[in-house]
Design a protein around this ligand. Structure first.
Ligand SMILES: Cc1ncc(COP(=O)(O)O)c(C=O)c1O
Length: 313
């Protein structure tokens, strides 16, 4: 598994008009399945499992979770057992993400939405631990302390790849932004784009992951670019994102990286960045999610193809 991703300059008429330089850190190219922030967040969790001889990892996710999909593959690849605690009904087991997960040996446990909300409560976790005694429990999205050093490596790579002013990432469970904050060490401006509604609480989630981070740090989370909520988007959002992919040649999906792109375009049009500003976008992967969106008829599979390496079940 490679730990180093390329950086790519992207061109767009808007960047030219506002005299901006925009690069994209292609973490989606790290691996077809354990792509983007999935690999970054899992890397030291897997090392921890190996060092402590755990039998496997139990983790949590929704029915189409990128994290669950990647974790299942990691277990298959590195030879440890995986259990996915999935929010929702057993019929999700037939979707693309969870079929892949099962093919790679993951055991799936479906729980109703109300029980799922207890996923961080001590009594719930204790019960789960009793059931899976020699397993290591990793929270939803893989966002724990061990996720941070892997994500921080993005900043170390970037420092060798380019000079820049602002780094932008989508934010879901906060581990990625928290890792970037630790890795960046106040060198650049960091912008997180919340992909879900009422994402103001994510600031506290970041601070909880990095308790000694003061408010003087150079990071913020923008909460107005959720496009209606988690995994929600309009046909106009889709059309704008498709056009951006077409112009730049970079594939995106509308749940995470796509919302970052729509936010970027709006921020530029609102004169947020002075001429000469150099932006880096972190492509956090998650392109497997396109299959689930096509299955739910939220977009057309032929217009949003899966990247090479993901097609085969
Ligand atoms: C593709 C993708 N991008 C971005 C994120 C957001 O990262 P985080 O949950 O660490 O905030 C996720 C969720 O983990 C994701 O699956």
């Amino acid at each position: 598994m490679t730990s180093h991703s390329p950086i790519q300059r992207i061109a767009h008429p808007l960047f030219e008009q506002y005299q901006l330089t925009v690069d994209i850190k292609r973490d989606d190219l790290l691996h077809p399945v354990i792509s983007g922030n999935k690999w970054r967040k899992l890397k030291y969790n897997i090392k921890h499992l190996q060092q402590h001889n755990y039998q496997g990892i139990v983790s949590f996710g929704g029915g189409y979770s990128n994290h669950i999909h990647a974790l299942a593959y990691a277990g298959h690849y590195y030879g440890f057992a995986t259990v996915g605690v999935i929010r929702g009904e057993a019929h999700y087991a037939n979707n693309y993400s969870l079929q892949c997960a099962q093919k790679w040996g993951m055991e799936l446990k479906f729980i109703d939405r109300k029980s799922y909300r207890q996923k961080t409560e001590a009594s719930f976790l204790e019960q789960l631990q009793q059931q899976y005694r020699n397993y290591f429990i990793v929270p939803e999205g893989g966002s724990n302390q061990l996720a941070l050093p892997g994500v921080a490596e993005v900043c170390q790579e970037l420092n060798q790849q380019t000079n820049y002013d602002t780094l932008i990432t989508p934010v879901g469970s906060a581990g990625t932004l928290a890792g970037l904050i630790t890795g960046d060490n106040n060198q650049h401006q960091l912008l997180g784009i919340a992909v879900l509604k009422q994402g103001e609480y994510l600031v506290d989630d970041v601070k909880q992951l990095i308790p000694n981070t003061g408010t003087d740090n150079n990071w913020q989370i923008l909460t107005q670019y959720h496009c209606g909520g988690y995994a929600k988007f309009s046909q106009q959002d889709l059309a704008e994102l498709k056009a951006f992919s077409h112009i730049t040649g970079v594939p995106f999906e509308p749940i995470y990286s796509g919302k970052m792109i729509l936010a970027l375009l709006d921020l530029i049009k609102n004169n947020t960045f002075a001429p000469g500003h150099h932006i880096v976008l972190l492509h956090t992967g998650g392109l497997q999610g396109l299959a689930g969106l096509a299955e739910q008829n939220k977009l057309k599979a032929d217009e949003w193809p899966l990247p090479p390496g993901l097609q085969v079940l």
